[in-house]
Design a protein. Structure first.
Length: 510
Protein backbone atom coordinates (compact mmCIF):
# COMPACT_ATOMS: atom_id res chain seq x y z
CA UNK A 1 0.00 0.00 0.00
CA UNK A 2 1.14 3.54 -0.74
CA UNK A 3 -0.22 6.95 0.11
CA UNK A 4 -0.20 10.27 -1.66
CA UNK A 5 1.97 12.80 0.20
CA UNK A 6 -0.17 15.17 2.24
CA UNK A 7 0.85 18.82 1.95
CA UNK A 8 1.20 20.84 5.12
CA UNK A 9 2.36 24.38 5.70
CA UNK A 10 6.05 24.59 6.53
CA UNK A 11 7.26 28.06 7.45
CA UNK A 12 10.78 29.00 6.46
CA UNK A 13 11.23 31.22 9.54
CA UNK A 14 14.36 30.11 11.34
CA UNK A 15 12.40 30.00 14.61
CA UNK A 16 10.08 27.26 13.29
CA UNK A 17 10.40 23.70 14.55
CA UNK A 18 11.52 21.23 11.85
CA UNK A 19 9.17 18.28 11.58
CA UNK A 20 8.61 14.93 9.87
CA UNK A 21 5.09 13.58 9.38
CA UNK A 22 4.77 9.89 8.51
CA UNK A 23 1.79 7.58 8.04
CA UNK A 24 2.27 4.08 9.45
CA UNK A 25 0.23 0.95 9.99
CA UNK A 26 -0.26 -0.91 13.26
CA UNK A 27 3.13 -2.64 12.88
CA UNK A 28 4.95 0.64 12.36
CA UNK A 29 5.54 0.14 8.61
CA UNK A 30 5.66 3.47 6.78
CA UNK A 31 2.73 3.78 4.36
CA UNK A 32 3.11 7.43 3.42
CA UNK A 33 5.16 10.58 3.92
CA UNK A 34 3.19 13.77 4.57
CA UNK A 35 6.19 16.00 5.13
CA UNK A 36 9.81 15.01 5.45
CA UNK A 37 12.17 16.94 7.64
CA UNK A 38 15.93 16.78 7.78
CA UNK A 39 16.08 13.20 8.99
CA UNK A 40 17.89 10.83 6.60
CA UNK A 41 15.55 9.26 4.06
CA UNK A 42 16.37 5.60 3.42
CA UNK A 43 15.77 4.44 -0.08
CA UNK A 44 13.37 1.60 0.83
CA UNK A 45 10.00 1.62 -0.83
CA UNK A 46 6.88 2.62 1.07
CA UNK A 47 5.20 -0.33 2.71
CA UNK A 48 8.48 -2.03 3.57
CA UNK A 49 10.43 0.30 5.88
CA UNK A 50 9.72 0.28 9.63
CA UNK A 51 9.62 3.62 11.33
CA UNK A 52 11.99 2.38 14.01
CA UNK A 53 14.83 2.85 11.50
CA UNK A 54 14.29 6.62 11.73
CA UNK A 55 14.64 6.95 15.49
CA UNK A 56 17.33 5.88 18.00
CA UNK A 57 17.19 2.18 18.83
CA UNK A 58 16.25 2.82 22.45
CA UNK A 59 13.12 4.72 21.33
CA UNK A 60 11.92 2.01 18.91
CA UNK A 61 10.02 -0.25 21.35
CA UNK A 62 8.20 2.69 22.97
CA UNK A 63 7.26 4.13 19.57
CA UNK A 64 5.90 0.81 18.29
CA UNK A 65 3.88 0.35 21.47
CA UNK A 66 2.44 3.86 21.10
CA UNK A 67 1.47 3.18 17.44
CA UNK A 68 -0.21 -0.10 18.33
CA UNK A 69 -2.06 1.61 21.17
CA UNK A 70 -3.23 4.47 18.92
CA UNK A 71 -4.59 2.12 16.23
CA UNK A 72 -6.31 -0.16 18.74
CA UNK A 73 -7.82 2.44 21.09
CA UNK A 74 -7.99 5.55 18.88
CA UNK A 75 -6.08 7.44 21.60
CA UNK A 76 -3.08 9.73 21.06
CA UNK A 77 0.25 9.73 22.83
CA UNK A 78 3.14 12.21 23.04
CA UNK A 79 6.68 11.67 24.33
CA UNK A 80 10.14 13.19 23.96
CA UNK A 81 13.70 11.99 23.52
CA UNK A 82 17.14 13.56 23.18
CA UNK A 83 19.95 12.67 20.79
CA UNK A 84 23.44 13.51 22.03
CA UNK A 85 26.35 13.02 19.66
CA UNK A 86 28.93 14.22 22.17
CA UNK A 87 29.27 17.67 20.62
CA UNK A 88 25.66 18.81 20.92
CA UNK A 89 22.26 17.57 22.00
CA UNK A 90 18.98 17.82 20.09
CA UNK A 91 15.53 17.32 21.54
CA UNK A 92 12.63 15.75 19.64
CA UNK A 93 8.93 15.44 20.39
CA UNK A 94 6.97 12.55 18.88
CA UNK A 95 3.19 12.49 18.77
CA UNK A 96 1.25 9.43 17.65
CA UNK A 97 -2.40 9.85 16.65
CA UNK A 98 -4.93 7.55 14.95
CA UNK A 99 -5.55 8.50 11.34
CA UNK A 100 -9.24 8.77 10.42
CA UNK A 101 -9.64 7.97 6.72
CA UNK A 102 -13.07 6.41 6.96
CA UNK A 103 -14.00 2.80 7.43
CA UNK A 104 -11.96 0.56 9.64
CA UNK A 105 -8.69 2.48 9.34
CA UNK A 106 -5.63 0.79 10.84
CA UNK A 107 -3.27 3.69 10.24
CA UNK A 108 -1.61 6.17 12.53
CA UNK A 109 0.04 9.54 11.95
CA UNK A 110 3.44 9.94 13.55
CA UNK A 111 4.75 13.48 13.84
CA UNK A 112 8.31 14.10 14.93
CA UNK A 113 9.28 17.68 15.75
CA UNK A 114 12.75 19.00 16.44
CA UNK A 115 12.08 21.13 19.54
CA UNK A 116 15.70 21.97 20.33
CA UNK A 117 15.29 25.67 19.53
CA UNK A 118 12.01 25.83 21.43
CA UNK A 119 13.53 24.20 24.51
CA UNK A 120 16.52 26.55 24.35
CA UNK A 121 14.21 29.57 24.11
CA UNK A 122 12.11 28.35 27.05
CA UNK A 123 15.24 27.71 29.13
CA UNK A 124 16.53 31.21 28.34
CA UNK A 125 13.15 32.69 29.23
CA UNK A 126 13.07 30.75 32.53
CA UNK A 127 16.58 31.98 33.31
CA UNK A 128 15.50 35.57 32.63
CA UNK A 129 12.44 35.16 34.87
CA UNK A 130 14.58 33.66 37.66
CA UNK A 131 17.10 36.49 37.34
CA UNK A 132 14.30 39.05 37.55
CA UNK A 133 12.80 37.29 40.57
CA UNK A 134 16.23 37.15 42.23
CA UNK A 135 16.71 40.87 41.63
CA UNK A 136 13.26 41.56 43.13
CA UNK A 137 14.08 39.43 46.17
CA UNK A 138 17.36 41.28 46.67
CA UNK A 139 15.51 44.60 46.41
CA UNK A 140 12.96 43.44 49.00
CA UNK A 141 15.73 42.17 51.29
CA UNK A 142 17.58 45.47 50.91
CA UNK A 143 14.49 47.47 51.83
CA UNK A 144 13.74 45.15 54.76
CA UNK A 145 17.34 45.32 56.01
CA UNK A 146 17.43 49.09 55.68
CA UNK A 147 14.21 49.47 57.64
CA UNK A 148 15.35 47.14 60.39
CA UNK A 149 18.74 48.88 60.62
CA UNK A 150 17.06 52.28 60.87
CA UNK A 151 14.72 51.20 63.67
CA UNK A 152 17.39 49.35 65.63
CA UNK A 153 19.80 52.26 65.31
CA UNK A 154 17.17 54.42 66.99
CA UNK A 155 16.87 51.90 69.81
CA UNK A 156 20.65 51.69 70.22
CA UNK A 157 20.94 55.47 70.22
CA UNK A 158 18.39 55.64 73.02
CA UNK A 159 20.06 52.91 75.08
CA UNK A 160 23.58 54.28 74.73
CA UNK A 161 22.41 57.83 75.30
CA UNK A 162 20.71 57.03 78.61
CA UNK A 163 23.64 54.83 79.71
CA UNK A 164 25.95 57.84 79.28
CA UNK A 165 23.47 60.04 81.13
CA UNK A 166 23.34 57.55 84.02
CA UNK A 167 27.15 57.54 84.21
CA UNK A 168 27.24 61.34 84.27
CA UNK A 169 24.51 61.48 86.91
CA UNK A 170 26.41 59.10 89.19
CA UNK A 171 29.70 60.97 88.77
CA UNK A 172 28.07 64.36 89.42
CA UNK A 173 26.10 63.36 92.48
CA UNK A 174 22.72 63.20 90.72
CA UNK A 175 21.97 59.58 91.50
CA UNK A 176 18.30 60.45 91.88
CA UNK A 177 18.06 60.66 88.05
CA UNK A 178 19.44 57.13 87.47
CA UNK A 179 16.12 55.28 88.00
CA UNK A 180 14.53 57.48 85.33
CA UNK A 181 17.35 56.74 82.88
CA UNK A 182 17.12 53.00 83.62
CA UNK A 183 13.41 53.16 82.89
CA UNK A 184 14.11 54.74 79.50
CA UNK A 185 16.68 52.02 78.73
CA UNK A 186 14.14 49.34 79.64
CA UNK A 187 11.54 50.94 77.35
CA UNK A 188 14.03 51.01 74.48
CA UNK A 189 14.81 47.34 75.04
CA UNK A 190 11.09 46.52 75.02
CA UNK A 191 10.71 48.38 71.72
CA UNK A 192 13.50 46.27 70.23
CA UNK A 193 11.86 43.11 71.56
CA UNK A 194 8.53 44.14 70.03
CA UNK A 195 10.21 44.78 66.68
CA UNK A 196 11.67 41.27 66.71
CA UNK A 197 8.24 39.88 67.59
CA UNK A 198 6.73 41.78 64.66
CA UNK A 199 9.31 40.37 62.27
CA UNK A 200 8.69 36.84 63.52
CA UNK A 201 4.95 37.38 63.14
CA UNK A 202 5.53 38.69 59.62
CA UNK A 203 7.34 35.45 58.78
CA UNK A 204 4.30 33.59 60.20
CA UNK A 205 6.45 31.63 62.61
CA UNK A 206 5.68 33.26 65.93
CA UNK A 207 4.02 31.30 68.71
CA UNK A 208 0.83 32.93 69.95
CA UNK A 209 -1.90 31.84 72.32
CA UNK A 210 -5.47 31.95 71.02
CA UNK A 211 -8.87 32.09 72.67
CA UNK A 212 -12.48 32.88 71.80
CA UNK A 213 -12.63 36.62 71.21
CA UNK A 214 -15.77 38.74 70.93
CA UNK A 215 -14.66 41.01 68.08
CA UNK A 216 -17.63 43.35 68.55
CA UNK A 217 -16.40 44.18 72.04
CA UNK A 218 -12.83 44.31 70.77
CA UNK A 219 -13.76 46.83 68.06
CA UNK A 220 -15.52 48.99 70.64
CA UNK A 221 -12.43 48.97 72.89
CA UNK A 222 -10.17 49.75 69.92
CA UNK A 223 -12.39 52.70 69.03
CA UNK A 224 -11.75 54.15 72.50
CA UNK A 225 -7.99 53.70 72.13
CA UNK A 226 -7.98 55.29 68.68
CA UNK A 227 -9.89 58.30 69.89
CA UNK A 228 -6.93 59.29 72.05
CA UNK A 229 -4.58 59.43 69.04
CA UNK A 230 -6.90 60.96 66.44
CA UNK A 231 -7.77 64.68 66.34
CA UNK A 232 -11.34 65.62 67.18
CA UNK A 233 -11.72 67.08 63.66
CA UNK A 234 -11.79 63.47 62.38
CA UNK A 235 -15.05 61.64 63.07
CA UNK A 236 -14.68 58.11 64.44
CA UNK A 237 -17.65 55.75 64.47
CA UNK A 238 -18.51 52.07 64.93
CA UNK A 239 -20.68 50.48 62.25
CA UNK A 240 -22.72 47.50 63.36
CA UNK A 241 -25.04 46.32 66.11
CA UNK A 242 -24.13 44.96 69.54
CA UNK A 243 -24.36 41.31 68.48
CA UNK A 244 -21.45 39.35 69.93
CA UNK A 245 -19.43 37.75 67.11
CA UNK A 246 -16.64 35.35 67.98
CA UNK A 247 -13.37 34.22 66.41
CA UNK A 248 -10.53 32.11 67.80
CA UNK A 249 -7.56 34.44 67.88
CA UNK A 250 -5.05 36.35 69.96
CA UNK A 251 -6.95 39.44 71.15
CA UNK A 252 -3.83 41.57 71.53
CA UNK A 253 -2.74 40.90 67.96
CA UNK A 254 -6.19 41.65 66.55
CA UNK A 255 -6.23 44.91 68.46
CA UNK A 256 -2.78 45.68 67.04
CA UNK A 257 -4.11 45.22 63.50
CA UNK A 258 -7.13 47.48 64.06
CA UNK A 259 -5.02 50.18 65.70
CA UNK A 260 -2.52 50.08 62.86
CA UNK A 261 -5.23 50.32 60.20
CA UNK A 262 -6.88 53.13 62.12
CA UNK A 263 -3.63 55.11 62.36
CA UNK A 264 -3.02 54.56 58.63
CA UNK A 265 -6.48 55.95 57.92
CA UNK A 266 -5.77 58.96 60.14
CA UNK A 267 -2.55 59.66 58.25
CA UNK A 268 -4.37 59.41 54.92
CA UNK A 269 -7.06 61.89 56.00
CA UNK A 270 -4.89 64.64 57.41
CA UNK A 271 -6.86 67.04 59.62
CA UNK A 272 -10.44 66.28 58.56
CA UNK A 273 -12.46 63.26 57.57
CA UNK A 274 -14.31 60.20 58.81
CA UNK A 275 -13.03 56.78 59.96
CA UNK A 276 -15.43 53.87 60.46
CA UNK A 277 -14.76 50.56 62.19
CA UNK A 278 -17.21 47.82 61.29
CA UNK A 279 -18.03 44.27 62.37
CA UNK A 280 -20.19 41.98 60.26
CA UNK A 281 -20.75 38.34 59.30
CA UNK A 282 -20.59 36.82 55.82
CA UNK A 283 -21.86 33.27 55.49
CA UNK A 284 -20.57 30.90 52.79
CA UNK A 285 -18.68 33.78 51.24
CA UNK A 286 -16.06 33.31 48.50
CA UNK A 287 -13.14 35.73 48.33
CA UNK A 288 -9.74 36.34 46.81
CA UNK A 289 -7.16 37.55 49.34
CA UNK A 290 -5.26 40.72 48.37
CA UNK A 291 -2.18 39.79 50.41
CA UNK A 292 -1.71 36.07 49.67
CA UNK A 293 -3.73 36.12 46.41
CA UNK A 294 -5.46 32.84 47.19
CA UNK A 295 -9.15 32.08 46.85
CA UNK A 296 -11.13 30.91 49.87
CA UNK A 297 -14.71 30.23 50.89
CA UNK A 298 -16.26 29.98 54.33
CA UNK A 299 -18.20 31.66 57.11
CA UNK A 300 -16.32 34.83 57.97
CA UNK A 301 -16.37 37.47 60.64
CA UNK A 302 -15.33 40.69 58.91
CA UNK A 303 -13.53 43.55 60.67
CA UNK A 304 -13.58 46.68 58.52
CA UNK A 305 -11.62 49.91 58.74
CA UNK A 306 -12.55 52.50 56.12
CA UNK A 307 -11.97 56.19 55.57
CA UNK A 308 -13.22 58.86 53.17
CA UNK A 309 -9.75 60.05 52.17
CA UNK A 310 -8.04 59.96 48.77
CA UNK A 311 -7.86 56.15 48.64
CA UNK A 312 -4.90 54.00 47.54
CA UNK A 313 -3.33 54.50 44.13
CA UNK A 314 -3.67 51.55 41.78
CA UNK A 315 0.10 51.27 41.30
CA UNK A 316 0.63 51.03 45.08
CA UNK A 317 -1.88 48.24 45.80
CA UNK A 318 0.26 45.28 44.68
CA UNK A 319 2.99 46.24 47.18
CA UNK A 320 1.20 47.63 50.22
CA UNK A 321 1.73 44.38 52.15
CA UNK A 322 5.48 44.35 51.48
CA UNK A 323 7.69 44.98 54.54
CA UNK A 324 8.88 48.58 54.92
CA UNK A 325 6.85 49.77 51.95
CA UNK A 326 4.89 52.98 52.48
CA UNK A 327 2.65 55.09 50.27
CA UNK A 328 3.42 58.32 52.13
CA UNK A 329 6.61 59.98 53.34
CA UNK A 330 7.39 59.01 56.91
CA UNK A 331 5.03 56.04 56.81
CA UNK A 332 7.33 53.16 55.94
CA UNK A 333 7.18 50.28 58.39
CA UNK A 334 6.11 46.73 59.11
CA UNK A 335 2.42 47.55 59.78
CA UNK A 336 0.59 45.91 56.88
CA UNK A 337 3.23 43.19 56.49
CA UNK A 338 2.68 42.28 60.14
CA UNK A 339 -1.09 42.37 59.59
CA UNK A 340 -0.59 39.88 56.75
CA UNK A 341 1.34 37.54 59.05
CA UNK A 342 -1.11 37.79 61.96
CA UNK A 343 -4.26 37.37 59.89
CA UNK A 344 -2.99 34.37 57.94
CA UNK A 345 -1.62 32.81 61.11
CA UNK A 346 -5.25 32.82 62.32
CA UNK A 347 -6.53 31.27 59.09
CA UNK A 348 -7.89 34.55 57.77
CA UNK A 349 -7.45 36.83 54.79
CA UNK A 350 -7.17 40.53 53.92
CA UNK A 351 -8.94 42.54 51.25
CA UNK A 352 -8.48 46.13 50.08
CA UNK A 353 -11.54 47.64 48.41
CA UNK A 354 -12.70 51.08 47.40
CA UNK A 355 -14.93 52.63 50.04
CA UNK A 356 -18.38 53.78 48.86
CA UNK A 357 -17.51 57.40 49.64
CA UNK A 358 -14.22 57.30 47.72
CA UNK A 359 -11.69 56.39 50.40
CA UNK A 360 -9.87 53.18 51.27
CA UNK A 361 -11.42 50.19 52.99
CA UNK A 362 -9.47 47.33 54.58
CA UNK A 363 -11.33 44.12 55.39
CA UNK A 364 -9.96 41.55 57.84
CA UNK A 365 -11.81 38.26 57.33
CA UNK A 366 -11.42 35.64 60.05
CA UNK A 367 -13.07 32.20 60.32
CA UNK A 368 -16.12 32.33 62.54
CA UNK A 369 -15.63 30.45 65.81
CA UNK A 370 -17.74 27.42 66.55
CA UNK A 371 -20.15 27.51 69.44
CA UNK A 372 -18.51 27.77 72.84
CA UNK A 373 -17.66 24.50 74.51
CA UNK A 374 -17.05 23.70 78.14
CA UNK A 375 -13.35 23.74 78.82
CA UNK A 376 -11.51 22.53 81.85
CA UNK A 377 -10.29 25.20 84.21
CA UNK A 378 -6.61 25.96 84.28
CA UNK A 379 -4.46 23.90 86.57
CA UNK A 380 -4.10 25.37 90.01
CA UNK A 381 -0.78 27.03 90.70
CA UNK A 382 1.61 24.66 92.43
CA UNK A 383 2.27 25.08 96.11
CA UNK A 384 5.55 26.85 96.78
CA UNK A 385 7.96 26.22 99.60
CA UNK A 386 9.87 29.52 100.10
CA UNK A 387 12.59 27.78 102.14
CA UNK A 388 13.87 25.76 99.16
CA UNK A 389 16.91 27.21 97.37
CA UNK A 390 16.68 26.27 93.66
CA UNK A 391 19.78 24.96 91.87
CA UNK A 392 19.65 26.14 88.25
CA UNK A 393 21.88 25.07 85.37
CA UNK A 394 21.84 27.95 82.89
CA UNK A 395 22.97 27.17 79.32
CA UNK A 396 23.46 30.04 76.87
CA UNK A 397 26.23 30.61 74.35
CA UNK A 398 26.10 34.41 74.75
CA UNK A 399 28.15 35.30 77.88
CA UNK A 400 26.44 38.67 78.39
CA UNK A 401 22.95 37.16 78.22
CA UNK A 402 24.00 34.36 80.55
CA UNK A 403 25.46 36.81 83.10
CA UNK A 404 22.30 38.94 83.09
CA UNK A 405 20.01 35.94 83.57
CA UNK A 406 22.23 34.48 86.28
CA UNK A 407 22.27 37.77 88.18
CA UNK A 408 18.49 37.98 87.97
CA UNK A 409 18.09 34.45 89.36
CA UNK A 410 20.66 35.00 92.10
CA UNK A 411 18.69 38.00 93.32
CA UNK A 412 15.91 35.49 93.90
CA UNK A 413 18.33 33.36 96.00
CA UNK A 414 18.86 30.75 93.27
CA UNK A 415 22.18 28.93 92.99
CA UNK A 416 23.18 29.29 89.34
CA UNK A 417 25.82 27.47 87.29
CA UNK A 418 26.58 28.88 83.83
CA UNK A 419 27.78 26.79 80.88
CA UNK A 420 27.94 27.90 77.26
CA UNK A 421 27.32 24.74 75.20
CA UNK A 422 25.04 21.73 75.26
CA UNK A 423 27.75 19.09 75.54
CA UNK A 424 29.25 20.67 78.68
CA UNK A 425 25.79 20.96 80.22
CA UNK A 426 25.01 17.29 79.60
CA UNK A 427 28.36 16.29 81.11
CA UNK A 428 27.47 18.12 84.33
CA UNK A 429 23.99 16.62 84.47
CA UNK A 430 25.38 13.10 84.09
CA UNK A 431 27.54 13.71 87.17
CA UNK A 432 25.34 12.36 89.98
CA UNK A 433 27.11 14.55 92.54
CA UNK A 434 26.04 17.79 90.79
CA UNK A 435 22.85 19.22 92.35
CA UNK A 436 20.32 20.61 89.84
CA UNK A 437 16.60 21.29 90.12
CA UNK A 438 15.94 23.24 86.91
CA UNK A 439 17.64 23.25 83.51
CA UNK A 440 17.23 26.64 81.79
CA UNK A 441 18.62 26.38 78.26
CA UNK A 442 18.66 28.33 75.03
CA UNK A 443 17.61 26.42 71.89
CA UNK A 444 20.51 27.57 69.67
CA UNK A 445 23.74 26.21 71.16
CA UNK A 446 27.10 24.88 70.01
CA UNK A 447 27.02 21.10 70.00
CA UNK A 448 23.73 19.78 71.30
CA UNK A 449 20.84 22.16 70.69
CA UNK A 450 18.29 22.89 73.40
CA UNK A 451 15.74 20.20 72.49
CA UNK A 452 18.39 17.49 72.22
CA UNK A 453 19.87 18.59 75.54
CA UNK A 454 16.49 18.46 77.29
CA UNK A 455 15.81 14.97 75.92
CA UNK A 456 19.16 13.56 77.08
CA UNK A 457 18.99 15.44 80.38
CA UNK A 458 15.59 13.98 81.19
CA UNK A 459 16.93 10.51 80.36
CA UNK A 460 19.76 11.06 82.84
CA UNK A 461 17.55 12.74 85.47
CA UNK A 462 13.83 11.92 85.03
CA UNK A 463 12.80 14.30 87.86
CA UNK A 464 14.66 17.28 86.37
CA UNK A 465 12.51 20.30 85.41
CA UNK A 466 13.44 21.95 82.11
CA UNK A 467 12.67 25.30 80.49
CA UNK A 468 13.60 26.07 76.88
CA UNK A 469 14.31 29.62 75.68
CA UNK A 470 14.22 30.76 72.07
CA UNK A 471 14.14 34.05 70.21
CA UNK A 472 12.75 32.27 67.14
CA UNK A 473 9.75 30.57 68.63
CA UNK A 474 7.58 28.47 66.30
CA UNK A 475 4.73 26.08 66.88
CA UNK A 476 6.96 23.22 65.69
CA UNK A 477 9.66 24.20 68.18
CA UNK A 478 7.20 24.32 71.05
CA UNK A 479 5.73 20.95 70.09
CA UNK A 480 9.21 19.44 69.84
CA UNK A 481 10.17 20.79 73.26
CA UNK A 482 7.04 19.42 74.88
CA UNK A 483 7.61 16.04 73.26
CA UNK A 484 11.05 15.63 74.85
CA UNK A 485 9.79 16.66 78.29
CA UNK A 486 10.33 20.43 78.58
CA UNK A 487 8.05 21.97 81.20
CA UNK A 488 7.83 25.30 79.39
CA UNK A 489 9.00 27.26 76.35
CA UNK A 490 9.56 31.00 76.79
CA UNK A 491 10.46 33.76 74.38
CA UNK A 492 13.77 35.50 74.39
CA UNK A 493 14.33 38.08 75.76
CA UNK A 494 12.13 36.83 78.56
CA UNK A 495 10.02 38.95 80.85
CA UNK A 496 11.98 39.03 84.14
CA UNK A 497 9.02 38.61 86.49
CA UNK A 498 7.51 35.77 84.45
CA UNK A 499 10.86 33.97 84.26
CA UNK A 500 11.48 34.25 87.99
CA UNK A 501 8.00 33.01 88.83
CA UNK A 502 8.38 30.06 86.45
CA UNK A 503 11.84 28.97 87.67
CA UNK A 504 11.13 29.30 91.35
CA UNK A 505 7.73 27.70 90.97
CA UNK A 506 9.17 24.68 89.18
CA UNK A 507 12.01 24.27 91.64
CA UNK A 508 9.98 24.74 94.78
CA UNK A 509 6.79 22.92 93.84
CA UNK A 510 5.76 20.66 96.67
Amino acid sequence: MSATPIAIDHAEDERSDTRSVLIVDAEGIIQGIACAGPLPQPGAELGHECITRRVPSEIGPSLCAAIEHAVATRASRVFEYTVNDGASARSFEISVAPLALGGDSKLACVTQVDVTARRSALAACAADVEQLARAQRMQDIGRLTGGIAHDFNNVLASVLGFVRLAERALSSGRADRVPHYLGEIAQAGERARDMVTQMLTFSRGGVVSSERVDVTALARETLTLLRASIPTSIALTLDGDDTARFVVANATQLEQILLNLGVNARDALGEHGHITLGVSRRADHALRCDSCHREARGDWIVLTVRDDGPGIAAEARPRIFDPFYGTRDGNSGMGLAVAHGIVHQHGGHLRVVDAPDGGACFEVLLPEACAASNTASADAAPAVDPTVVPNVLLVDDDPAVARALAELLRLENCVVTIVHDGDAALERLRDASYPCDVLLTDQSLPGLDGIALVRLAREARPALRAVLMSGLGTAALEAGAREVGADAVIGKPADADALLQMITGLARAA
